[in-house]
Design a protein around this ligand. Structure first.
Ligand SMILES: [Fe+2]
Length: 209
């Protein structure tokens, strides 16, 4: 099962039929791919034989899909992890919240204020924001703070400038999660420091937000 771009046309046509306006067709290539992936990919994904798992500092990355310039990685992030603010120079991406205790930041501020992401009532205890998406363009500063129990998210990526997809953590401008992460950076201006705080992940928020 491959992304061919056909789903984008289908998606646009469906929106047009609903009468939601001609602007329904301004879905770009990455949004079309993300929509196709989330709707069509079975839970097994398309994990390849080679390069299925990456370890970046304490984070585990699982390669769910890679074809041409498109890629999807799932990241499992343990509690206490801080992903400092950064950009990915050659990647346009959509982050998809899967579950767990995550405070995503974009442009210096948290996407959801503290306490807004909660468990739904019900036997599974899924989070109310499960499936929420965040568009992260190549120059968009973003980060995250992972609380008790850790968190899981997908990174749906369109690689740009002719750069072939690899681990998104290696195409990285900014402060890294640590020395191990820094050592793996292939492109970008990256640094590391000893003690990270939540302020490193969301510079425009108060420390205790
Ligand atoms: Fe990122």
């Amino acid at each position: 099962m491959n992304w061919t771009g056909v789903a984008r046309v289908t998606y646009c046509a469906r929106w047009s039929k609903t009468g939601l306006g001609s602007k329904g067709c301004d879905v770009d290539e990455l949004e079309g791919f993300c929509n196709w992936f989330l709707k069509n990919m079975p839970v097994l994904g398309a994990v390849p034989f080679a390069g299925a798992v990456s370890k970046i500092q304490d984070v585990t990355g699982i390669l769910l899909y890679r074809k041409d310039q498109f890629q999807v990685q799932m990241f499992a992030v343990p509690e206490g992890t801080i992903i400092p603010e950064h950009t990915h120079p050659n990647v346009d991406s959509i982050e998809v919240y899967v579950g767990g205790n995550i405070m995503f930041s974009h442009s210096g501020k948290y996407i959801f204020p503290k306490g807004e992401v909660q468990a739904l009532t019900g036997p599974l205890g899924c989070a109310n924001k499960r499936g929420a998406t965040i568009r992260v363009r190549p120059n968009d500063v973003h980060g995250g703070v992972f609380g008790e129990g850790g968190g899981v998210f997908l990174s749906v990526q369109h690689w740009l400038n002719g750069v072939k997809p690899h681990c998104v953590s290696a195409d990285y401008d900014g402060l890294t999660m640590g020395e191990h992460h820094l050592a793996g950076v292939k492109y970008g201006e990256a640094t590391a420091k000893k003690k990270l705080t939540a302020k490193d992940a969301a510079s425009l928020e108060a420390e205790d937000a």
